[in-house]
Design a protein around this ligand. Structure first.
Ligand SMILES: NC(=O)c1ccc[n+]([C@@H]2O[C@H](COP(=O)([O-])OP(=O)(O)OC[C@H]3O[C@@H](n4cnc5c(N)ncnc54)[C@H](O)[C@@H]3O)[C@@H](O)[C@H]2O)c1
Length: 263
């Protein structure tokens, strides 16, 4: 076997020339994705249902100098979403990177209290939205023989959650989707991975928790701190970069050591 070239590609974390679509980018982790990807040179198309937050994200990403497109739509409404994604692809000429980040949390509900409407909304936003956003971008990615799709699972898909069975189920399904798309799309050089964040302090996790609850929650994390949204964004930007070109079908969990197999 000939040895490898033993030479890294320079600037391989750069996203210059790439176009990234990030869903749920009006706050929290999605905002960090948008700011970091813009900083690394990508043009970013940012989606959310929250117009004001989206404007704020755009103002944070703007200093990087790339193009920014705001797209207000609900990821669980498939036909409207597909039309908007196709229009954005026409405008930018391509979509290289899709970050399926939009999501809603488990609302700390016990199994018996999760009604059908709550269940449907959970699955529609977290799973159906990711599934059909990928379906909308894949034809163009196949034509160009290049694409990176990064889905958002959760640490709670790895070990379950006693007060969010619908959330854990939807996020576990994200792993199945990721594994299957990675296999099906590899021959077109489309890489599909997922990030499964641990505890990140955002609007989603701070709701209903006081200071003492957050301290107690943090004490369960071996690294002794909760994640900053940027911790997750850096993992995702790496997966989106050329440095991760041999990684597909993986679910990577930045969780401060909270889920170490065998701990
Ligand atoms: N915060 C955490 O600890 C944590 C841990 C694991 C996974 N996650 C996942 O990370 C992702 C981001 O979460 P976050 O913590 O930044 O929460 P967040 O609530 O700050 O952000 C979620 C964003 O998604 C948007 N959104 C919700 N429904 C939408 C819809 N139908 N269409 C378009 N946008 C929609 C919201 O408006 C919001 O801006 C989610 O998928 C979440 O499940 C978060």
């Amino acid at each position: 076997m000939p040895p490898g070239k033993l030479k890294g590609k320079s600037l391989s974390l750069s996203l210059k020339g790439r176009v990234a679509l990030i869903t749920g980018a009006a706050s929290g982790i999605g905002r960090a994705h948008a700011v970091l990807m813009a900083e690394r040179g990508a043009d970013v198309i940012i989606n959310d249902v929250a117009a004001e937050g989206l404007e704020e994200t755009a103002s944070l990403a703007e200093p990087s100098g790339g193009q920014i497109e705001l797209m207000l739509y609900d990821v669980s409404e498939v036909s409207g979403m597909t039309r908007r994604i196709q229009a954005a692809e026409q405008k930018f000429g391509k979509i290289d990177i899709l970050v399926n980040n939009a999501g809603v949390s488990g609302q700390r509900l016990y199994f018996g209290n999760i009604d059908e409407v709550t269940y449907d909304s959970m699955v529609d936003i977290n799973l159906k939205g990711s599934f059909f956003a990928a379906q909308a971008v894949v034809p163009g990615m196949k034509d160009r023989r290049y694409g990176k799709i990064i889905n958002t699972s959760s640490m709670y898909a790895l070990g379950g959650n006693s007060v969010a069975a619908h959330y854990s189920a939807a996020k576990s399904a994200i792993s199945g989707l990721t594994h299957s798309l990675a296999r099906e799309l590899a021959e077109w050089n489309i890489m599909v991975n997922a990030v499964a964040p641990g505890f990140v302090l955002t609007g989603m996790t701070s709701a209903g928790r006081d200071e003492a609850a957050i301290v107690a929650r943090t004490e369960r994390i071996p690294l002794g701190r909760m994640a900053d949204p940027m911790d997750i964004a850096q993992t995702v930007a790496f997966l989106a970069s050329d440095e991760a070109d041999f990684i597909t079908g993986q679910v990577i969990s930045p969780n401060g050591g909270e889920r170490i197999v065998g701990i």
